[in-house]
Design a protein around this ligand. Structure first.
Ligand code: SF4
Ligand code: SF4
Length: 217
């Protein structure tokens, strides 16, 4: 009943949000609904909404086409043109970790993932060169990694679970199901672009597949 009321109140018709994901995503969706309400009142205000800087254990995932981090921080003006342009609301503006008055764009896939939109709007909207337009296949936001101990498939808790593979826009060159002994589950390929759709849709909590910065081991 709570589930139905939630969908009624917030008019959720997103097929990505199913019962399996409701318990995990419910609080996040409430938070997003709050943000979206603010956005209707003033897009400018919501883009400048001050939240805590990302914690140290949250991967620093910049939007597609981001130049190397040091150069990115030099160039990015923090005005949020990329976030405003993104049709998936995948880009958050958060205060930088270092001492600065500027915000910087970040993607947290468990909240909202990049859908690799056809227009590649964020890169086109960036006025400073901090995001450079690259073709879809060259996007590298980060790299997804699988923790088999948290995975419903690998642990045989739900051997039909394949949300990560189903939702991946790249296909089996990025992630696919393989068998090993009595179990089967997802394994990574080489073409992952780090969009985070697998992490967003993973019903396990904490997520069994997460996107990390390319530089982390
Ligand atoms: S590529 Fe499209 S969906 Fe992905 S972050 Fe950029 S604007 Fe958003
Ligand atoms: S494996 Fe995950 S992060 Fe990588 S491209 Fe597919 S959905 Fe995106």
């Amino acid at each position: 009943m709570i589930f139905c009321a939630f969908f009624e109140v917030f008019k959720v018709d997103d097929p990505k949000i199913d019962r399996k994901n409701f318990l995990k995503k419910g609080p996040i969706l409430l938070f997003r609904a709050f943000l979206e309400g603010s956005r209707e009142e003033s897009i400018e205000e919501s883009l400048n909404f001050k939240r805590d800087p990302p914690a140290d254990d949250i991967p620093l995932l910049r939007p597609p086409g981001a130049v190397p981090e040091a150069q990115f921080l030099d160039l990015c003006e923090g005005a949020g043109a990329c976030a405003e342009a993104c049709p998936a609301d995948a880009i958050l503006l958060l205060p930088r970790k270092e001492n600065s008055d500027l915000d910087a764009p970040i993607i947290q896939p468990s909240i909202s993932a990049c859908v690799i939109c056809d227009d590649l709007s964020c890169m086109k909207a960036c006025p400073s060169g901090a995001l450079k337009l690259v073709p879809k296949e060259s996007i590298r936001i980060g790299i997804a990694k699988i923790d088999p101990d948290e995975c419903l498939a690998w642990t045989n808790m739900d051997d039909t679970c394949n949300y990560c593979v189903e939702k991946c826009p790249i296909g089996e060159m990025a992630i696919r199901i393989e068998s090993k002994g009595e179990s089967k589950g997802p394994v990574m390929g080489k073409e992952c672009v780090g969009c985070g759709l697998c992490e967003y849709h993973c019903p396990s909590f904490p997520e069994a597949v997460r996107v990390f910065e390319l530089t982390t081991g």
